[in-house]
Design a binder for this molecule. Structure first.
Ligand SMILES: [Zn+2]
Length: 278
C-alpha cells in the first residue's frame, strides 16, 4: 500500500503544479504524507457531498479539479462551510489534492477528456503552451468530426454523451449549419473566443457562456455555440484521470482502488424551459 507522498508524486508528474496559472491554487490541501492510501476518489468539486462520499467509500484521498480555497483564508473553523469540509477530512484521515489549470493544459488534459466523451478526433490545442516542443499541451482542443453533422445534431450528441444535468445543453447560431470542426474547452470558456475565431472552426463547445460574448460571436460569424453545464464539461476528466492513476497503480503493484464520483455537483438543480421562442 503506497504512502500519500508516493501517490502525490505520481499525480504531480501527470499534472506538474508549476504549470498551473499564477492565480490558481493547486496541490495538496490537507493530508499526512506518511499516511497509507488504498482507495482514491476523483471528483470535480471539493464539496461536502463529495467528502461524505469519500467517507462512505473508505477512501483516504480525494482528487478534485476545482480548488477548495482559491484565495487565501485566515480560518478553517468548522463554522465555515469550507472549514467544515477540512475538519471532516482531517478528522477522518482523508487527504485532498487539487489539479486545476495544470490539468487543463496537460497532455492528456481536461479538454482531451471532453473531446473523447464526444468521440471527437483531437488535432491540437486551441491555445498551445509555448513551452511544449511537441505542441500537444495547452488550453482547449481543436477537433474534427468523423462525419459532418448539423449543429443541432452535434448539440444532441453532447446532450447524450455528457452526464445529465439540470441545465442540459444550450445552443446558439444556425441549428441547421453543418459542423465539421469544433473547438472544445472544459469549464468556463468565453475568455477563449479570440482563439476560437482564429482557429476558424464551425462550432465551439464549452460552459458558462455569457450573453455579450455569445451574442457578439454569433453576430460576427457563423460560429455555432454549444453551452453545457460547467460540471458536465469537466467530469469526463475524472474518468480519464482515474484511468491514468489505475495504470500507475498497476505499474507499481500498488493495488489502489480508484473511484469516480457520479454525484452531480453542478450548482443548478432545476431547469424550466419557458417554451420555444418565436
Ligand atoms: Zn472548472
Amino acid at each position: 500500500m503506497p504512502r500519500l507522498s508516493e501517490v502525490i508524486a505520481e499525480l504531480d508528474a501527470l499534472w506538474p503544479p508549476e504549470r498551473a496559472e499564477g492565480w490558481d491554487a493547486v496541490g495538496t490541501v490537507c493530508g499526512d504524507p506518511d499516511a497509507h492510501v488504498d482507495r482514491v476518489l476523483f471528483a470535480v468539486d471539493p464539496v461536502q457531498a463529495v467528502a461524505d462520499e469519500a467517507l462512505t467509500l473508505g477512501a483516504q484521498l480525494i482528487v478534485t479539479h476545482h480548488p477548495l480555497y482559491l484565495r487565501g483564508t485566515t480560518t478553517v473553523a468548522a463554522t465555515t462551510f469550507k472549514g467544515r469540509v477540512v475538519h471532516g477530512l482531517i478528522s477522518n484521515g482523508v487527504a485532498l489534492h487539487v489539479a486545476h489549470t495544470n490539468a487543463d493544459t496537460a497532455d492528456p488534459g481536461v479538454s482531451d477528456a471532453l473531446a473523447g466523451a464526444l468521440d471527437l478526433r483531437v488535432t491540437g490545442p486551441l491555445v498551445p503552451d509555448p513551452t511544449d516542443p511537441k505542441g500537444h499541451r495547452g488550453l482547449g482542443r481543436i477537433c474534427e468530426l468523423d462525419h459532418p453533422e448539423t449543429l443541432r445534431e452535434f448539440a444532441a450528441r453532447a446532450a447524450v454523451r455528457l452526464p445529465a444535468t439540470a441545465q442540459g445543453i444550450r445552443l446558439a447560431g444556425d441549428p441547421d449549419a453543418l459542423v465539421r470542426t469544433v473547438a472544445v474547452s472544459g469549464g468556463s470558456g468565453d475568455s477563449l473566443f479570440d482563439a476560437v475565431r482564429a482557429a476558424g472552426v464551425d462550432a465551439y463547445l464549452t460552459a458558462d457562456l455569457r450573453h455579450h460574448p455569445a451574442s457578439e460571436a454569433v453576430q460576427h460569424s457563423s460560429l455555432g455555440l454549444v453551452d453545457a453545464a460547467h460540471w458536465a464539461t469537466e467530469w469526463p476528466w475524472c474518468e480519464q484521470a482515474a484511468a491514468q492513476l489505475d495504470a500507475i497503480s498497476d505499474r507499481h503493484g500498488w493495488g489502489l482502488r480508484v473511484h469516480v464520483s457520479k454525484r452531480v455537483t453542478d450548482p443548478w438543480t432545476t431547469h424550466h424551459s419557458s417554451g420555444a421562442p418565436n
